[in-house]
Design a protein around this ligand. Structure first.
Ligand code: GLN
Length: 506
């Protein structure tokens, strides 16, 4: 059977009109997963029975005329870093193999309350560390555009599930780009909300001051619809912003008219040049030209401290991660490995054996980096200094947003690389997030929208639209406008042009 290609917004309309049922849609997703996930490996865990039970309950609500939300009945996939009551949550790590949380993350609870059946949990780099999903302890996810290539990371599972039409919607998390970069390399849409705009309660923390949950979708409107379901204040998260969300869906609908008159768009000078794939830059320039045609005013803005963003991030992130991962100590939950031949091993020895077996190389690398950066004598020189540069990056954004309403850049410097290509070169892997990391350091929102296919390799590239904190609606307005303008030039969704998996059924 062919995959369900309608957008979540279209599916919601079809449900409201009584043209389909949630059971039908959920079955279609489960069938597609059964058909293609053997090669894509977007999912770590699929719970068909529970998804269908949720779908039945949704259909009953529709029949009674009491849908829980616009998206009631539209199925969704959830990144395996979010706690799901009764469903395994591994964070892509051996150390959490078999752990079944006794509670739901707030975003999961909200998705359930809104009536979206949860299909399962998606693959990811271990503890969300990576840009390719190759650091998953359960094997990599493959990019539906080319199965020999990476789907981005850390949320490659969510992006691939959406790109391969296994799920109309997914949840991701973005600490340095893990929603936006997978979006760019799979031809999907990914939104990182303002820090504090979406609850982190029940998100297994990588770096608390950088993490945000957000939508992974095929269209900008779908992202706005899902964002309105998961966003807003949560008293269980002390960093959650106690303010209503801006009107995101309205902004996306307004943008979809393709009119950008009066909008000032800032092109970030520092995010171009050496190391940027020419085809990615061509698609980016084309997007900027289209926005100008649609009435936008374009200015060049300089953010001089962005060149230090990567170095800053790789001090702050490992520092926070090393503290967060200390809780995986073989005592409380998850894996416990007894050192061989040591029946009377001490707690420390069990801890050491468990961490050695349970954590992968990248996680160990960052624990060591972070512990070093926080150690006495080095704290001010590394961690303290990084925090100061972080402030300078935030000030670059403030200055830039005085001259422009939104900032734009390519989302990632290259299209999807081959599996294995960068696995042994951590710095090459880290460089993928050059353009996405500044937004996490400053807490501002950003959306990645497909910009087309790079000429060299025919693979998707993305444009990111960044806005000031709390102005997430601007990402949706400009993102939706760009999407509408590009769609016209493509004559149909980009994903329909993917060879192999997504190609039109013969
Ligand atoms: N790729 C980045 C990293 O490895 C970002 C990860 C993320 O956003 N979770 O840290």
């Amino acid at each position: 059977m062919s995959a369900e290609r309608r957008t979540a917004a279209e599916l919601a309309d079809a449900l409201a009109a009584g043209e389909t049922t949630s059971v039908e849609l959920t079955r279609a997703s489960l069938d597609r997963i059964a058909q293609v996930d053997g090669v894509v490996h977007a999912f770590l865990h699929v719970d068909a029975e529970s998804a269908l039970a949720q779908a039945e309950a949704s259909d009953a609500r529709r029949a009674a005329g009491t849908p829980a939300s616009t998206l009631d009945g539209v199925p969704i996939a959830v990144k395996d870093v979010l706690a799901t009551e009764g469903l395994p949550t591994t964070c892509g790590s051996r150390i959490l193999e078999g752990w079944v949380p006794p509670y739901d993350a707030t975003v999961v609870a909200r998705v359930k309350a809104a009536g979206l059946p949860i299909l399962g949990k998606t693959n990811m780099d271990e503890f969300a560390m990576g840009s390719s999903t190759e650091h998953s302890a359960y094997g990599p996810t493959h990019n539906p555009w080319d199965l020999d290539r990476i789907p981005g990371g850390s949320g490659g599972g969510s992006a691939a599930a959406v790109a391969a039409h296994e799920a109309p919607l997914a949840l991701g998390t973005d600490t340095g780009g893990s929603i936006r970069q997978p979006g760019a390399v799979t031809g999907t849409v990914g939104m990182k909300p303002t820090y504090g705009g979406v609850s982190r309660y029940g998100l297994v923390a990588l770096a608390n001051s950088l993490d945000q949950v957000g939508p992974v979708t095929r269209t900008v409107l779908d992202a706005a619809l899902l964002h309105e379901v998961i966003g807003g204040h949560d008293r269980k998260d002390s960093t959650s912003i106690d303010q209503p969300l801006p009107a995101l869906v309205e902004a996306a609908r307004q943008g979809a008219t393709g009119d950008l008159s009066g909008v000032r768009i800032g092109v970030i000078t520092e995010l171009a040049g050496d190391g940027w794939q020419p085809g990615v830059m061509t698609r980016f320039q084309e997007s900027v030209d289209l926005m100008v045609k649609a009435g936008a005013e374009v200015v060049e803005v300089s953010c001089p401290h962005f060149v230090h963003a990567l170095a800053t991030y790789y001090l702050i992130l490992p520092a926070e991660a090393s503290s967060n991962l200390a809780k995986f100590d073989a005592m409380r939950y998850g894996l416990r490995v007894w050192p061989e031949g040591r029946p009377d091993a001490s707690a420390e020895e069990v801890m050491r054996a468990t961490r050695d077996a349970g954590f992968g190389d990248e996680v160990k690398r960052r624990i060591i980096l972070g512990t070093y950066a926080l150690s006495s004598g080095y704290y001010d020189a590394y961690y303290g200094q990084a925090q100061k540069v972080r402030t300078l990056i935030a000030r670059d954004f403030e200055a830039a947003f005085e001259r422009a309403d939104v900032l734009v850049s390519p989302t990632a410097p290259t299209t999807a690389f081959r599996l294995g290509e960068k696995l042994d070169d951590p710095i090459a892997m880290y460089l993928n997030d050059l353009a996405t990391i500044p937004a996490n350091l400053a807490g501002v929102p950003g959306i990645s929208v497909p910009s087309g296919l790079a000429d060299e390799d025919g693979l998707p590239a993305g444009v990111q639209v960044l806005a000031p904190a709390l102005a997430d609606d601007r990402c949706y307005r400009v993102g939706a406008a760009l999407e509408a303008l590009l769609l016209e030039t493509w004559g149909g969704p980009l994903l329909d042009r993917a060879p192999g998996l997504n190609g039109a059924p013969a």
